[in-house]
Design a protein around this ligand. Sequence first.
Ligand SMILES: N[C@@H](CCC(=O)N[C@@H](CS)C(=O)NCC(=O)O)C(=O)O
Length: 216
Amino acid sequence: MLTLHDYLPSQNGWKVRVLLGLLEMPYSSRNVSIFEGESRTEAFLKLNPVGAIPVLELDDGRAIAESNAILTYLAEGTRFLPSDSYERAKGMQWLFFEQYHVEPVIGSLRFWTLTGRLECNQSMITGKREAATRALAALAALERGLADSRFLVGEELTIADIAVYAYSHRAEDCAFSLAAYPAFAAWCDRVRDAIGPGYPVHPYSLDPHSGARAEL
Ligand SMILES: N[C@@H](CCC(=O)N[C@@H](CS)C(=O)NCC(=O)O)C(=O)O
């Protein structure tokens, strides 16, 4: 059986949980306590030399890291990864966009905000202001990209939507208003409906080692 090395508050892990669920693929989940250093142990670094979750371990012990690489692997041959080479490349375009403009920007700001680190560490504010500018640029790009289509690649949900939605739909956690991005907000509703219930976003406060305060 597949094993997902995961950390529940991670939206990178969430992406993989969603696709495994939509594909109805059985898997076992192994929690990696990242704030206690579990992702930096010798054993874990053999699975992913970078020391980060999610990692998908196959039946034969081989492992795949990087959330979007895992999505691509799992979606092969399914409706979530187009077979047409142009559409597939468009999907890749958004997966790369997500890794450069969304995850390290909105995802990181969200982490610093929700775990209270930003508030406690004023020296970070300048850097994070730059991140905020980049986050707004990412939302504006999504607004333009979604002006004329239901999903990022045409009319159906693909892994590009799952990946981009994971952190971008939580932009309000970083105090960004979505009011200026109506096409993006409407797409968020469509993705939420297409995915269906059963994939909660877990708070960092679930993990006593995350530094997140319960009231945040
Ligand atoms: N680009 C990677 C990012 C993975 C990542 O940053 N994972 C975080 C959790 S969201 C992690 O495991 N951090 C632990 C660490 O860096 O020690 C992906 O998309 O999978």
